[in-house]
Design a protein around this ligand. Structure first.
Ligand code: FES
Ligand code: FES
Length: 175
């Protein structure tokens, strides 16, 4: 079957979407993008900046795969518009630690040491969320970590080792 898209009736042609210049500071670099105003931060990162470490799971604020840091606080990047984040410091998983094997963030190292992932799809969001959790300073116990990481879903069920890895780094920091 051939589908034919019919042109809208005269006078009802859709116009091109309005585009705005949006300046985002991501991992210390300022970039100007031409974006439709409804572009989410997640889509701006992945589709316009090639920062594909941040993952899209649900696109509805339910899985945490898209977690990034804004001014050190964790947020779901699918739930905010890119245009709302002008002037803020955005950190994605690409900005956590460095590319060098010796430059891993302690949480990245702990996730490797404790096998805290299986497929890895949720891992960038888990690590960014854990960085935010440690910045907040509210977690004191294993149960606190479980509760405060509950917004990050792992479909592989690697929760046990994720919590162990985060607890290891939390304990290192409190020494
Ligand atoms: Fe943002 Fe799931 S993709 S919370
Ligand atoms: Fe596969 Fe978490 S490691 S979803």
């Amino acid at each position: 079957m051939t589908l034919i898209a019919e042109a809208p009736p005269l006078g009802k042609q859709s116009s091109l979407p309005p585009v705005h210049t949006v300046t985002l500071t991501v991992n210390g670099t300022e970039t100007q993008l031409q974006l439709a105003p409804w572009t989410s931060l997640l889509d701006a990162l992945r589709e316009y900046m090639d920062l594909t470490g941040t993952k899209k799971g649900c696109d509805h604020g339910q899985c945490g795969a898209c977690t990034v840091l804004v001014n050190g606080k964790r947020i779901n990047s699918c739930m905010t518009l890119a245009i709302m984040q002008e002037g803020n410091e955005i950190t994605t998983i690409e900005g956590v630690g460095t590319d060098s094997p010796d430059g891993l963030h302690p949480l990245q190292k702990a996730f490797i040491d404790y096998d805290a992932f299986q497929c890895g799809y949720c891992t960038p969001g888990q690590i960014c969320s854990a960085v935010g959790l440690l910045n907040e300073g509210h977690a004191k116990t294993t149960d606190d970590i479980r509760e405060l990481m509950s917004g990050n879903i792992c479909r592989c069920g690697a929760y046990t080792n994720i919590v162990v890895a985060i607890e290891e780094v939390m304990n290192q920091q409190s020494v």
